[in-house]
Write a protein of this length. Structure first.
Lengths: 137, 137, 137, 137
């Protein structure tokens, strides 16, 4: 699937994604970069992006990576998501680089590294691993 | 802190919480029940509540549980959150029972069991563990 | 299955369990208490029990809890284990209380609280969640 | 620290490592490859390497990676270890590639990819993330 096709699918079926303003910056075979825009709603005390906004972005990125690898599977669902928060993000946009580590028939497993946009050299602000369950065709 | 005091603090400082409509149903010493209302924005294909909405609720519940135990610490931040999704939630409200397992000077660790409201007997839809870092006073 | 039946099964098929000297202290329907004895091999600098010995005990306890609930399934395998280390164990025996949170046809999920034996009132030294995959009958 | 220095330190202070026969195959600045030899004690039903042996290897690899980056810190301890088991290992030796993702003053966080030796092209048998707490100097 192309970026446009995935964004159309998610725009129709995932109001959460539309509400948060996620976009897809880049896509490969089992990889992608997705982006959380800067918004006041995502900030928390200390002028930093809230943890749930980061986890939501990572979960979306994993879904896009699965779609990039196996095509349209609307009912794929997360079974486990583990997030380690590593440093305070700056109060701006966040990008997430996603990569599938294993793609089986029933499960996909991957990792996501999240960065404050423009500040990638400082290292990731969070690192996520996640497992998606893929329904039988 | 009382429910009213915590909700006022979060209403002022956490626009994310206000946007999602979280409420506190009950509070103890290191425990609480928080609630995610029914909203179309939280649904995903298959008529179920999206994973990120569940994780956001659990993260909020842990923060409330920390505040209930040690009082006002606006800058406490999550360092790890692990979510296991156990069954499909019904397309309605979700409640989350939170409990601190360890409360140290610098770290709080606890667990959260999430249920479709009114459907608690079916068992949890998700189970979360999380670690919060508490800043020095 | 009874304690004696499970210990005989594991004694025959799991040399790892025999090598480490695990025992089953108590068993219920989807619950159990297992025990790691005191041994110099399990200690590490600072006079504390090594993390891998604790994780091994928790993984064993989850397997016993699964067997207690569904009977003999030799090929059940762990798919995820998450361990949070909460305080330094004393250099002695460790007990682990295990509880299944969900038991489905294909997956079992549960939690394990580990304590220094005789020191349970201090709170757990570690807390584990784990998922087991159950093979089709 | 060199491989010989780290192996001498661990041989003196970590009887667990000696008991399991771990070795260091390669070391960099914040990276390493460690190895679990083939032994009957590590096998479980189905002719595969037991999960706890894999987690023990990953925990050791993270410790070696920390030592490689900051030198002798005997009292560094794991605070969280999350293991996802991805495919059945072959009943032989296992190698683990470790990499620090963040190295702060008080915390190190990294990931470990484990492979059946000689079978790396099949993809990892397990993937681990772990956090180490570094004591003040």
């Amino acid at each position: 699937m192309t970026i446009a096709e995935i964004e159309e699918l998610c725009g129709d079926s995932l109001p959460w994604v539309a509400m948060l303003g996620f976009t897809i910056e880049d896509i490969g075979k089992g990889t992608c970069r997705v982006r959380l825009p800067q918004r006041d709603e995502f900030l928390r005390p200390g002028g930093t992006v809230s943890g749930p906004a980061l986890m939501s972005l990572a979960d979306y990125g994993m879904y896009v990576a699965v779609l990039s690898a196996i095509g349209r599977v609307e009912l794929a669902v997360t079974t486990n998501l583990t997030c380690n928060f590593l440093r305070r993000p700056k109060p701006g946009a966040v990008v997430a680089d996603c990569r599938l580590i294993k793609l089986g028939k029933r499960l996909a497993y991957g990792e996501v590294s999240l960065f404050s946009e423009g500040d990638e050299a400082q290292g990731p602000v969070a690192h996520v691993t996640a497992t998606y369950s893929i329904p039988p065709a």
